[in-house]
Design a protein around this ligand. Structure first.
Ligand code: IPE
Ligand code: MG
Length: 210
């Protein structure tokens, strides 16, 4: 979800109001995916590197996480389970409690999964999984120890905001994912553009290296 800061700056607004708008877009696009019967959607909200941004921006981003209960309200309405990817012990106890409650409220829902990366890094995820994999002496598949355990690998990756890199997102899972990059800033990302990408996806020939 890239481009929140530039979206705000172009409107002479503080960067954090771009992040606030970005949360609305996240809820809107999660709902759009559910309307289109896409059962798994993942959002990269806060990376392991984002905490090194200026303190005022980090504070703003973290305070938005206290609105996770609003995200959960929408997911509950739609029977979608919330799965948080990342090391949330980094956040203060109050934020952790909101995140844990939101996850708990949706834990038995069966109509789809929304993954949200909070203090998430693909390399961290792989190292953490490798530790657990070693402890189980290889008796369970490696994927069982990723935050996405039990989920299929993503078919589509969309990065908004014009940069063409992965920035440490789902490095293990994206091995054969189809990549899409758009100049659109995340707050402006629309259902129409989502549909255009899905149409484009169906034109691609996926051979998985075979
Ligand atoms: C949102 O966009 C990504 C987050 C870390 C939440 P940015 O904050 O990277 O926006 P730009 O790239 O400065 O426009
Ligand atoms: Mg950016």
């Amino acid at each position: 979800m890239d481009g929140n800061g530039r979206w705000a700056t172009e409107r002479h607004l503080p960067r954090n109001s771009g992040h606030k708008e970005g949360v609305k877009t996240m809820i809107r696009i999660a709902s759009a995916c559910n309307d289109r019967a896409l059962p798994y959607v993942s959002f990269y909200a806060f990376s392991t590197e984002n905490k090194y941004r200026p303190a005022s921006e980090v504070k703003g981003l973290i305070s938005l996480m206290s609105r996770m209960d609003e995200v959960a309200d929408e997911l509950v309405k739609r029977n979608i389970k919330l799965n948080v990817m990342g090391e949330i012990s980094y956040f203060d106890e109050k934020i952790q409690a909101v995140i844990r409650d939101s996850v708990a409220r949706t834990s038995s829902l069966t109509g789809g999964v929304v993954n949200i990366g909070l203090n998430y890094g693909g390399r961290d995820e792989i190292l953490r999984a490798a530790d657990m994999y070693r402890s189980c002496l290889g008796k369970q598949p490696f994927g069982d120890f990723l935050y996405t355990a039990g989920q299929p690998d993503p078919d589509i990756l969309i990065r908004t905001g014009g940069e063409m890199r992965l920035s440490n997102f789902m490095l293990y899972q994206l091995a054969y994912t189809e990549l899409f990059f758009t100049e659109t800033y995340w707050p402006d990302f629309s259902e129409e553009e989502l549909d255009a990408i899905i149409r484009e996806y169906y034109k691609r020939d996926r051979r998985f290296g075979k």
